[in-house]
Design a protein around this ligand. Structure first.
Ligand SMILES: *Cc1c(COP(=O)(O)O)cnc(C)c1O
Length: 376
């Protein structure tokens, strides 16, 4: 069976290999059989290995859900009575963390920072000094809405200096940008199979310190389904997920991990960087402006400003490209019109070269002048 290859330039789910797609086609199996449970342990260890954790100290806890389930789980499960969270809010994904805490009615300190620049470390330190009841610091590793890369290592060092632990949402960096939990002072991180490992949707994982998870056993419970300790304890005792796992997605994830380790951490990151270099080549060729300076970008997402051309209409350009197998995505900046081109997934520089040809045809068809123009 021939499967059409689409190039997804949206920030996940990402383009997958055919082998990952086919890995889902398996005989029906009850996930409570030993045969199925037997693939979960090695999968969890592999997920810890990706961020160079020692599996005696760090563990991966799997959840059936999209990436946001991990944000929900860590925030609500790791806060003891009388303690507060500290959220560094500089983008839509850290805003999501605030929304999660609000929806549980949990206390937190919100440190708002600019969306388009790295956060002020001195302000974070002041915040830690002023709020001794904070127990964990939360920061998004890579703000996917804008492409901003946060200085997690430095923020983690500050958190540790004041006796707090660090939670970071690595969903859009994990298995792409090389991450080392020890070097970057990370106590908890997270991801989803549809992004960095180039798997399917529906499986997400929290990777974090066993000792802190063990301590959280006695923390107040705010959710029944989304509780980290409960899922961890069940895994440790039985080797299985507490409730029905996403069976086919787990088979796909296993294949995706085989491909991840075969490609290699450095080589994979080099490929994503090649893809971004090809994206930037087109950005520069057509005179597009980006919302963020390249020095502060992750190198995985380009947030491109809409040109001030009267003919520009994102939806028309999107539809033209989409019909030809290329998916582009709107941006996430409040008062700036942007669209995003992302370097995730099983794609390489040639795919981007093909994309720019189609994009140029779309611009010509819709009579947008090139190089594009801006009034500012
Ligand atoms: C994709 C992503 C998520 C998860 O989003 P879902 O739509 O729930 O899969 C969380 N955080 C970041 C930074 C992301 O890029």
């Amino acid at each position: 069976m021939e499967i059409k290859r689409n190039i997804l330039l949206n920030p996940g789910p990402a383009t997958t290999s055919d082998a990952v797609k086919y890995a889902q086609v398996v005989p029906d199996i009850c996930p409570r059989e030993k045969e199925f449970a037997g693939i979960m342990g090695p999968l969890r260890d592999d997920l810890v290995r990706i961020v160079h954790g020692d599996t005696d100290e760090y563990t991966a806890v799997l959840f059936c859900g999209s990436g946001t389930i991990c944000i929900d789980v860590v925030l609500n499960s790791l806060l003891d009575a009388g303690k507060k969270a500290l959220v560094i809010n500089n983008g839509s994904y850290s805003q999501r963390a605030c929304d999660v805490l609000d929806s549980y009615g949990l206390p937190y300190v919100e440190l708002k920072q600019p969306l388009d620049d790295i956060p002020d470390l001195a302000a974070i330190e002041t915040c830690l000094v002023d709020n001794p009841e904070v127990s964990y610091v939360y920061v998004t590793y890579h703000e996917t809405g804008t492409g901003l890369l946060n200085p997690v290592k430095e923020i983690g060092a500050l958190a540790h200096k004041y006796g707090k632990f660090l939670i970071t949402d690595t969903t859009s960096a994990y298995a792409m940008i090389p991450i080392n939990v020890y070097e970057e002072n990370i106590d908890f991180c997270m991801a989803s199979a549809q992004k960095g490992i180039q798997g399917m949707t529906g499986l997400s994982y929290v990777i974090g310190r066993r000792d802190i998870i063990e301590q959280s056993k006695d923390f107040p419970k705010h959710s029944y389904y989304c509780n980290l300790y409960m899922q961890y304890e069940y895994f440790e005792r039985t080797g299985e997920m507490h409730f029905t796992p996403p069976v086919q997605t787990i088979y796909a994830a296993r294949q995706a991990l085989v491909e991840y380790f075969a490609e290699g951490e450095k080589e994979k990151w080099a490929r994503h960087q090649r893809v971004m270099a090809a994206i930037r080549k087109g950005v520069d060729r057509y005179g597009f402006q980006e919302a963020l300076s390249r020095e502060v970008q992750s190198g995985l997402v380009a947030a491109i400003c809409y040109p001030d051309d009267p003919h520009w209409n994102f939806d028309e350009i999107h539809d033209y490209c989409y019909e030809r197998g290329f998916t582009i995505y709107p941006g996430k900046m409040q008062n700036k019109g942007t669209f995003r081109l992302c370097a995730l997934g099983d794609i390489d520089a040639e795919d981007i070269d093909e994309f720019w040809k189609v994009f140029e045809d779309a611009m010509n068809t819709h009579k947008i002048s090139m190089p594009v123009t801006y009034d500012r």
